[in-house]
Design a protein around this ligand. Structure first.
Ligand SMILES: [Zn+2]
Length: 366
């Protein structure tokens, strides 16, 4: 029997549990849609995928001009709002996620820094979540209520629901309209077909990744370095990590929502060096920025690609998350000499049950 569901404590209303394989302890949580507009104008670079590694280049796009006076006003306004929340900012660096004392639970029974607090680099907004089990206080404030997060302003909205051609593209990959909608997968308005995968935290847009039909990838400017689908693993006891947004959607088709994707593919090889300090570990900043979400997880299932970079990624993630709780998925064999490459390939070729079975058969890394 699966253990009782750990319910998310974030608003909106608690999710309901959907069909979970009784042979597995994995929980799949369905959450209601929350949509906030996001602009496609924050495009910062085009990436091409080769051997699983996404190289981000930066085409010359005009950057918004920064008005220092506006920034100063913003930081003063935001500070005032944070003070009103009784959050003490003594050790908070804009652009990072810092652990502070939570004013609601005062650090819980053990009086620990349980409040993960983030101030945007431009001081335009702050967001937070308390990781104390009993507390779970979360939310966000904006320096300027009228402006809200400038990256998600309505004026810049240039996303629209997927059209029939793109729905067809996903249908070929066995991704249903329902799953696309739950994850707010959209398309950029006008011109070339561009798929948008919004990145959200606490239901709030914090970035976006784009993909063309010929597999070019790029990220929105100012996109936070973080895992894709992070709201789906709040309080998760078991977490599945995959190597791409479409793989995350595929795992969901197999019945598991407690899944996140790394944002930018895999490294070519496992580093021979020891793990750098959190601050210097730039290639895995996305993981450190979300590390609190893993505190309660007793099992992490690494379902990265089967190729060499995918294996290197699994190894690097396991080194950082602790091998003793990491499990590795081995994709089923395709023929005598090869195996399926990733979650989506298994879903497309063998179906949702086979994908779920492959995940359930993950083997302990350590
Ligand atoms: Zn708290």
């Amino acid at each position: 029997m699966p253990p009782p569901a750990r319910l998310h404590r974030l608003p909106p209303p608690p999710p309901c549990l959907v069909a979970s394989n009784t042979s597995s302890n994995l929980l799949s949580l369905k959450r209601p849609n929350i949509f906030l507009p996001y602009s496609a104008e924050f495009v910062s670079g085009i990436a091409s995928k080769s051997n699983g590694f996404h190289c981000f280049s930066h085409p010359p796009l005009s950057k918004p001009t920064v008005d220092m006076d506006v920034e100063k006003t913003d930081s003063a306004k935001l500070k005032q709002k944070i003070e009103a929340l009784e959050v003490k900012l003594e050790s908070c660096t804009p652009g990072q996620f810092d652990l502070l004392y939570c004013p609601k639970c005062k650090g819980g029974r053990l009086i620990q820094r349980t409040l993960s607090f983030h101030i945007s680099r431009s001081w335009s907004f702050a967001l937070w979540r308390c990781f104390d089990l009993q507390c779970g206080w979360a939310g966000q404030v904006f320096a300027d209520n009228n402006k809200e997060n400038p990256r998600v302003s309505r004026e810049n909205l240039r996303l629209e629901p997927l059209d029939d051609e793109l729905l067809g593209y996903f249908a070929e990959r066995m991704i249903s309209k329902e799953t696309l909608q739950r994850n707010n997968v959209m398309q950029v308005v006008g011109g070339k077909k561009i798929i948008a995968f919004p990145y959200r935290r606490n239901g709030q847009y914090v970035g976006c990744k784009y993909r063309t039909l010929d597999k070019k990838f790029w990220q929105g400017r100012n996109t936070e370095k973080m895992l894709y689908g992070i709201d789906d693993i709040v309080d998760a006891d078991e977490i599945i990590i995959v190597e791409g947004e479409v793989d995350k959607l595929s795992v969901e088709e197999a019945g598991y929502c407690n899944c996140v994707s790394v944002p930018g593919g895999a490294p070519q090889t496992v580093s021979v060096n020891k793990i750098p300090s959190k601050e210097k570990d730039t290639a895995f900043q996305y993981l450190w920025n979300c590390i609190d979400y893993f505190k309660k997880a007793s099992r992490v299932i690494l379902a990265t690609d089967g190729d060499a970079p995918g294996q290197a990624l699994a190894e690097e993630l396991a080194r950082r998350l602790g091998k003793e709780r990491c499990w590795r998925v081995h994709w089923p064999r395709k023929d005598e000499s090869s195996s399926f490459k990733d979650a989506n390939e298994v879903l497309k070729s063998l179906g949702a049950d086979a994908l779920r079975a492959a995940i359930d058969k993950a083997e302990l890394v350590a």
